[in-house]
Design a binder for this molecule. Structure first.
Ligand code: GCU
Length: 328
């Protein structure tokens, strides 16, 4: 009797089981993914959701094992590990990709986007998608792009204008572009890894850094640099990266599962982002942070020479034109 009801139960469940694992025919694959963000960060949450979806849609055959919090180093290290074949996936900001494909430097151009709608139109439209194909020859490729708001300066002493930054040491994701931004503002750039910025601020090795609100809050940098100047100089997206050889070796079906999950993670991350910014700002305020509203014009003027430098390179000038025309 018991056996009979079990068989009936199984028969009833069967169509459902097959339905939830339509892709169960795919081969087994476990990928290692390392990044430098906190598990509370919405980019981590989006990646974690993607990992879950990949596992579910492949009927448990495909898995992504995530190593967060810089356990395997910063993006520079993880991208190099991917190139050497020791890691399958990572997250890198457009700045962090600049050394591998200089087209990504356009995202570090100050005040390039009119507003968030313009930024998203570029990131998720033909220009941004074309840009994502530019690193294949470097051995890796982005499969998802994530918004990251605006980067602004935060410092131990208040900054109301570029004048106040003179002589300050400011941590940046060090690239030729970000270093030049700091120099044009009369300060000196400090190439400190993300995970070491807190101590550098605490010990006054640096006077400040720059980032969006969620990173400023989650890293607790606000405890040691209490002034957040809303100059909003850049909008630098994050990318989910996969090794090109790993991608090429996947079957069409495996790639289809990945592509869909990556697209879904983009949508999910955008949904979480605005909420996270509001939440971080509120928490920061509660913790005694002063948000300083500034006239952006002096910053824009001081940083203008970067555009002349960039436009000397025809290829880069072409990208800037495409981005600017998407905003018209
Ligand atoms: C942001 C960004 C990260 C980047 C970090 C940094 O948090 O999302 O990708 O690594 O800034 O400044 O290093």
């Amino acid at each position: 009797m018991k056996l009979k009801s079990l068989l009936v139960g199984m028969a009833l469940a069967a169509p459902l089981m097959f339905h939830s694992s339509v892709h169960a025919a795919v081969d087994k694959l476990t990928l290692k993914l390392a990044h430098n963000l906190d598990q509370e960060h919405v980019v981590h949450k989006a990646i974690a959701q993607m990992a879950e979806e990949v596992q579910k849609e492949s009927g448990g055959k495909m898995r992504i094992r995530i190593y967060p919090n810089g356990q395997m180093g910063g993006p520079r290290e993880t991208l190099e590990m991917i190139q050497a074949g020791g890691l399958d996936m990572t997250k890198a900001s457009a700045s962090e990709m600049e050394t591998f494909a200089n087209e990504f430097s356009v995202f570090s151009l100050p005040y390039l986007f009119n507003d968030e709608a313009h930024f998203k139109k570029v990131l998720y439209g033909p220009v941004g998608r074309k840009l994502m194909k530019e690193t294949a020859s470097q051995g890796f490729t982005p499969i998802a792009a994530y918004v990251a708001g605006n980067r602004s300066f935060y410092t131990k002493k208040p900054v109301n204008s570029p004048q106040d930054m003179k002589g300050m040491k400011i941590r940046v994701v060090s690239t030729p572009t970000t270093n030049r931004i700091i120099e044009l503002l009369g300060a000196s750039p400090a190439p400190i890894p993300f995970g070491e910025v807190y101590t550098a601020l605490q010990q006054s090795v640096i006077d400040g850094a720059e980032n969006n609100e969620p990173s400023y809050y989650q890293t607790r940098h606000l405890e040691v640099a209490k002034f957040y100047t809303e100059d909003q100089h850049t909008s630098v997206p994050d990318y989910l990266i996969i090794s090109q050889p790993v991608w090429d070796k996947m079957s069409d079906e495996q790639r289809a599962i990945f592509t869909q999950a990556a697209l879904n993670s983009e949508v999910y991350q955008q949904k979480l982002w605005d909420e996270e910014v509001a939440n971080s700002r509120q928490k920061a305020q509660e913790m005694g942070v002063t948000f300083i509203t500034v006239d952006k014009e002096p910053f824009r003027q001081a940083l203008r020479p970067l555009y002349d430098d960039f436009r000397k390179d025809e290829k880069i000038a072409g990208w800037i034109d495409q981005i600017e025309s998407a905003g018209k």
